[in-house]
Design a protein around this ligand. Structure first.
Ligand code: PLP
Length: 411
């Protein structure tokens, strides 16, 4: 009778807590810049035209059904997913060095890698950027994988702490695991430049570190899949000579299919000597991934996977999807400019250029926790206490209110 009576209650998830508070807020001028989900110019969720067309085609297919997928998921999804991430011309793809399986969105892919690390790379710590997406630490913790932090954000200049980052790479024990955000770093919106990436990756290679790329925003950051895959593709060139690389890929943001949980996990084998039978290693790892997936979810959800696979494998839908990503990324970019310009116009103390130089869904505004609290209580503007604002929540109708509210709290 008493065995469950003393279970402690945990605090609500910080992000979903913001959503709850903002939905209860009766002020009609409220603005939710908390959760990282795209909103259109009217502040509403947006179903991508490419997704609508793919759904229609799927429903009209006379063979439409709800059968189970294979344990490793829908091959049309994972093969197409690997192509957009690594590029059709990828050497690793052509050489059969990439093992791809479907996952429950990006979180599920991270969960697969955490189990894989616990089983086959035990004892190595996973290094996470400081700050990072809050769930990273939690996911590895569930598998008792140790995490460490590497410096990333320099708050005094709102730029990348390159010296700190490289220093951490050099001082970590050889063969450690580094998790890198492929693009549109969450929460800062700050990515290494195309000049900084080669130095970071060369330094990682010199220590034989293993990299996990978390790719949750490909195409969403700049509107271009190739551009946003720059770090992953360079990583394969520089790091896959001797070490494996893991990539966790989410389709939540770039397809606007947050709740459908579509993603993939890719394991890239290092280059091998000519006498090594790659297909044998491939089959062995694939069987291990199947075992992980089978015991967790039996097999991945089919509906969203079919939609994404349809788009990736139909040239007309692919074309429409590329346009859809430009629609989302360019609206966010224009909101970044509008917010910065309004703050400058208001003469708001401080420099706000970082809002436009950052990319992706988020801006690390530099607002303090007490300013964020005042924004919420006095102005009904909701953002994360770290000062992270989801720029996707801004639109022409609420921008002035947000800018004036920021202006008031920083003075
Ligand atoms: N990784 C990062 C950096 C993210 O920001 C997110 C979502 O916010 C994810 C992974 C995983 O998202 P999902 O599981 O919805 O694909």
């Amino acid at each position: 009778q008493t065995v469950l009576n003393n279970i402690p209650q945990l605090p609500a998830d910080a992000l979903f807590g913001i959503k709850q508070r903002s939905s209860r807020d009766a002020r009609d001028f409220k603005v939710d810049l908390g959760i990282g989900a795209y909103r259109d110019e009217n502040g509403r969720p947006w179903v991508l035209p490419s997704v609508r067309s793919a759904e229609k085609a799927i429903h009209e297919d006379p063979l439409y059904n709800h059968e189970y997928l294979a344990i490793n998921g829908l091959p049309e999804l994972s093969i197409g997913a690997a192509k957009i991430l690594f590029g059709e011309e990828s050497h690793a793809l052509k050489e059969g060095r990439i093992i791809s399986v479907q996952s429950i969105s990006g979180t599920g892919a991270l969960h697969i890698v955490s189990k894989f690390v616990a089983k086959f790379l035990a004892g190595r710590a996973v290094y996470l950027s400081e700050p990072t997406w809050a769930n990273h630490k939690a996911i590895f913790k569930t598998q008792n994988v140790k995490t460490e932090a590497y410096p990333y954000w320099k708050s005094s200049t709102k730029t990348l702490d390159m010296d700190g980052f490289l220093g951490a790479i050099k001082s970590a024990p050889n063969g450690s695991i580094f998790l890198l955000h492929a693009c549109a770093h969450n929460p800062t919106g700050l990515d290494p430049s195309k000049e900084q990436w080669p130095t970071i990756l060369d330094t990682l290679a010199s220590k034989e570190h293993i990299v996990i790329f978390d790719s949750a925003y490909q195409g969403f950051a700049s509107g271009s899949l190739d551009n946003d895959a720059f770090a992953v593709r360079l990583g394969l060139e520089k790091l896959a000579k001797s070490c494996p690389i893991f990539v966790c890929q989410s389709f939540a943001k770039n397809f606007g299919m947050y709740g459908e949980r579509v993603g993939c996990f890719h394991l890239v084998l290092p280059q091998q000597d000519a006498n090594v039978d790659i297909s044998k290693i491939n089959r062995a790892i694939s069987s291990q991934l199947s075992t992980i997936i089978r015991s967790e979810v039996s097999n991945s959800p089919a509906y969203g996977a079919k939609i994404v696979a349809k788009i990736l494998n139909s040239p007309d839908l692919t074309k429409q999807w590329h346009k859809d990503m430009i629609t989302m990324s360019s609206r966010i970019t224009s909101m970044r400019h509008a917010l910065r310009d309004k703050l400058v116009e208001l003469g708001t103390p401080g420099n706000w250029d970082h809002i436009v130089s950052q990319c992706g869904m988020f801006s690390y505004t530099g607002l303090t926790a007490s300013m964020v609290e005042r924004l919420e209580t006095q102005h009904a503007v909701y953002l994360v206490s770290s000062g992270r604002a989801s720029i996707a929540g801004l639109n022409k109708g609420n921008l002035e209110h947000v800018a004036k509210s920021i202006d008031e709290v920083v003075r």
